[in-house]
Every structure is written in C-alpha cells, then in structure tokens.
Design a protein. Structure first.
Length: 226
C-alpha cells in the first residue's frame, strides 16, 4: 500500500510539472516531442556549438517548440521518412526574439570571431546580415520555421548534405555547385518531402523550412524555450 501511495504521489508530481511546463507556452504551440515521439534533437543554441560559440539567450532547455499546425505537418514528414527507416533531427525550431537580439549584439562586436573557422570561414562577420545569413527579425520567432536534417533511424547518423548546419557560405545554398551528386540527392529528398507536406525552403540554407500556412505571419514571440 505504501509503495502504491508513493507511486501515485510521483505520478501526480510528474503530471503537475508537465502541465506547468505546458502553461509557459501559448496555447497554439506545442513541444515537438509531444507530437512526434521519436524525433531527435541537437539544439545548437542551447549549447556552445554554434556560430557565436556560447549558449544563446532564451534557450533554457535543449528542446524544440513549434506552432501546433507546423508540428502536425512535420509529423507527416516524419511518418513518411520512418517508412524508409529514416527520420528527422531538429537543430532549431521556435526562436525567441531575445535570441535574435543576442545575434544582433554579437554582430556589433567585430573582434568576437570565436567560431569563424567552423561556421563562416569565407564570409566577413560584418556581412552576415547583408548576405541574409542572420536577420534582425527571424521567421523562427513566428513559431512555424524549423532547421533540420535527415538521419538514419538505426544509426542516428546524419545524411551528408554537403555542409554542416549553420555553415554560412555558398556551399549551403540550395543551388550550390560546390557539392557532389550524393549530397544533392540528399538535399533533394529533404526538400521534396518537406514541400509535399506544406513547407517551403529558404534558398540560402538547405536546413531551413517554413510552413506555408503558418498561423502567425506577422507576430514575433519572445517567450523562452524552457
């Protein structure tokens, strides 16, 4: 009886914590793993493995949030890929405006180029905004844009897309001539399945997709990822 009571208390605490976590995001948003149970995460802006080289403001947990509409569309992408023993890995989803503001502050510190060699070796830091790699207002903050790639479900290995996530350079453009046929094929697979289920690509970044019928086309949110 005592063990049963302890179990009920723990279960109640877990449920209350989940409800509390849910209440911190708008009602039309969801944690992606609540919609897609086998989704993989590599939330770069929670860590130091990103183009700034340190954790980004607003990322308090390594999790992904999207509008419910975008999450449901992405679930269809995952379902189709799963049928081929493939899946999705998420690098970023909803991004708070405070994170974008962090990017803007960093861009003004010209000498801070900690991660240049890995993420923007051939681009001058001052040109990152002009060339469209960073924006003062990001579609991610509207809640229906996602950065992602394809993985092998069994090995969890990422497909070779010709450049890593957040690599700022021509190599990451969809029409790049600097990648081989296999890499082009992998990008084409990602693009075709994403477009099939209602997402559009961004020409400068092979990993970046936005839901066509996003619910908040003019609203930029700033609640934290927690």
């Amino acid at each position: 009886m005592k063990k049963l009571l302890i179990f009920v208390i723990l279960l109640t605490a877990h449920f209350s914590n989940a409800q509390s976590q849910k209440s911190n995001i708008p009602k039309d948003f969801t944690y992606l793993h609540d919609v897609i149970s086998n989704i993989e995460y590599d939330i770069r802006y929670y860590s130091s493995h990103n183009f700034i080289g340190r954790p980004i403001d607003g990322y308090e947990r390594p999790t992904a949030i999207l509008s419910i509409r975008a999450a449901q569309a992405l679930a269809k992408v995952q379902q189709e890929l799963n049928a081929r023993d493939l899946g999705l890995k998420i690098f970023d989803a909803y991004r708070p405006q405070r994170a974008v503001n962090h990017f803007i502050r960093w861009a003004k510190i010209v000498h801070d180029t900690t991660a240049k060699r890995e993420f923007y070796p051939t681009v001058d830091k001052k040109d990152l905004f002009n060339k469209g790699y960073i924006a003062t207002r990001s579609g991610h903050s509207r809640g229906s844009t996602v950065d992602l790639t394809i993985i092998d479900l069994k090995t969890k290995k990422e497909f070779d897309m010709g450049s890593p996530f957040d690599f700022f350079g021509e190599q990451s453009h969809h029409n790049s001539v600097q990648i081989d046929d296999e890499q082009k094929k992998n990008r084409k697979l990602l693009k075709s399945v994403m477009e099939k289920h209602g997402f559009r690509s961004y020409s400068e970044e092979w990993w970046h997709y936005t839901l066509n019928n996003e619910p908040y086309k003019n609203t930029y949110f700033d609640f934290p990822v927690q």
